[in-house]
Design a protein. Structure first.
Length: 447
């Protein structure tokens, strides 16, 4: 299969192109974000999306087993021998009628895409399998990332699986314990900075360029190619029907960026007939996207984004020494690196962004625990978002919705235990304390 992939700067005033074998992560000419582009006219694509499902029958073939590489013609940027896989993407779309009922949606219309089932417990593995394949293509020997936790877990798992040295940067006190335990356990060099995610992101970029280390944050455009497959699997689970809405938490905005790209490509290729609306959910304490879009009217504008608005907000953050704060630590980010690409997705998907308080996110998390497969706090922002968008009439009960649950319930056990034992929300369900006495135990169970 001819490989026609190349890298292209998203800035329309620049538009510089680079070979797929370069590991550059930002446009060397203007500093803007890079995209992966393909010459689709030379691609050997299936006639319809259904053809991808046939690969379920070849699950002893490693690339067909992967829930990412099963769709390899849609992210064809490297030869098969470079493709790194540890069995990612075996995730499920759960139709959840209990949550539909709780939120006032019609039966059959609420679906939860549980990405916690990935090997490292979050959606990040979809991106890492792609980025590590590119790292293999360019012959990288060591890699690094900044992280609120899940990226570091995924990077360290993939790095040791393919024999690469790995350094992860985390903000002190800014990471849930499940994730920190993974980075240490998987053998990463873990650098804890006295700062937040945005500080780590800056440091890691400087370190990578000075020491020629391969960068695995979502600035890396190859990572986003892997994350497109989350959308392919959602529509596959819906029998190749496109839902009306996709709802996703917004942090560094890699997912939302890749989802818009995925749908645009499928529509342009004639593989789907319409594009769903995209709703991105920020936490109130880390609401850069929501502020810029809803208060400042920031738009993609064919790539001519008003950078002045972004720069003046960031200058204000610096002047006020602002650091974001939310219990959803995974999305505690104030300078999202994919902001511009996310604006493009909002345009492609006729999307919107809202920001929600921590209390609503915590109650939504408890609801996903009680009625679904559980998830970590940031993931529940998608369900909290659905609740809000139904309440304000943006989403109709008759519309079909897929909420992306980005991470596993056990990533952040402290928050879950506190929510229940300290009775922090409406669904708190603390243990009942009883004496070691059979009659008293029976009395309580029967009560
Ligand atoms: N949900 C979870 C569980 C995450 O870990 C992240 C990001 C997001 C949502 C936001 O996704 O960045 O694509 O908008 N976590 C990163 C990390 C930043 O370092 O683990 P996004």
């Amino acid at each position: 299969m001819a490989i026609t992939a190349y890298q292209k700067c998203i800035n329309p005033d620049c538009g510089a192109e680079f070979d797929r074998t370069e590991a550059i992560f930002k446009c060397p000419k203007c500093g803007d974000l890079l995209d992966i582009q393909y010459d689709w006219s030379k691609a050997k694509l299936p006639e319809k999306m259904e053809d991808f499902s046939k690969r379920w029958a070849n699950r002893n073939q490693r690339l067909d087993f992967s829930g990412v590489w099963r769709f390899r013609e849609l992210l064809n940027f490297c030869e098969d021998e470079h493709k790194v896989t540890i069995g990612e993407g075996q995730t499920i779309l759960q139709q959840n009628d209990f949550i539909a009922k709780e939120l006032g949606m019609d039966k059959g219309n609420v679906h939860l895409q549980y990405e916690g089932l990935n090997p490292s417990g979050s959606f990040k593995d979809n991106g890492m399998t792609a980025a590590f394949s590119h790292a293999s293509l360019v012959g990288a020997k060591s890699c690094a990332c900044a992280s609120t936790g899940n990226t570091s877990a995924a990077v360290s798992l993939y790095a040791h699986s393919c024999g690469m040295k790995c350094t992860v940067f985390i903000g002190q006190g800014r990471i849930a314990f499940g994730k920190l335990s993974q980075a240490m356990d998987y053998g990463a060099q873990t650098i804890q900075i006295a700062g937040d995610f945005d500080d780590c992101m800056k440091q890691v970029q400087d370190v990578c360029s000075k020491l020629n280390i391969y960068l695995l944050n979502s600035l890396n455009p190859f990572r986003l190619e892997g994350q497109k497959t989350i959308m392919y699997r959602i529509i596959e689970s819906l029998n190749w029907q496109v839902p009306d809405w996709i709802i996703v938490p917004g942090g560094n905005l890699g997912n939302s960026s890749s989802f818009g790209k995925a749908f645009k490509e499928l529509k342009d290729l004639g593989l789907i007939d319409r594009i769903p609306c995209l709703a991105i959910i920020n936490a109130c304490g880390a609401d850069t996207l929501s502020y810029l879009v809803n208060q400042r009217g920031l738009k993609w504008n064919s790539g001519w984004v008003e950078s002045k608005e972004i720069n003046s907000l960031y200058a204000d953050f610096t002047a006020k020494k602002f650091s974001p704060h939310t219990i959803a630590s995974a999305i505690e980010i104030s300078r999202p690196v994919n902001l511009k690409k996310c604006l493009r997705s909002i345009e492609i998907c006729d999307g919107l962004v809202i920001d929600l308080p921590d209390e609503e996110i915590k109650d939504a998390k408890a609801m996903v625990g009680k009625y679904g497969l559980g998830c970590e706090p940031a993931s529940a922002a998608s369900v909290a978002g659905l609740r809000r968008l139904v309440q304000d009439g943006t989403i109709d009960p008759g519309e079909k919705v897929a909420c992306v649950l980005t991470g596993h319930a056990l990533k952040d056990p402290d928050l879950t235990v506190n929510y229940h034992t300290k009775r922090e929300g409406v669904l708190s369900n603390p243990p009942v304390e009883v004496p070691n006495d059979l009659d008293k135990i029976i009395d309580i169970i029967k009560a």
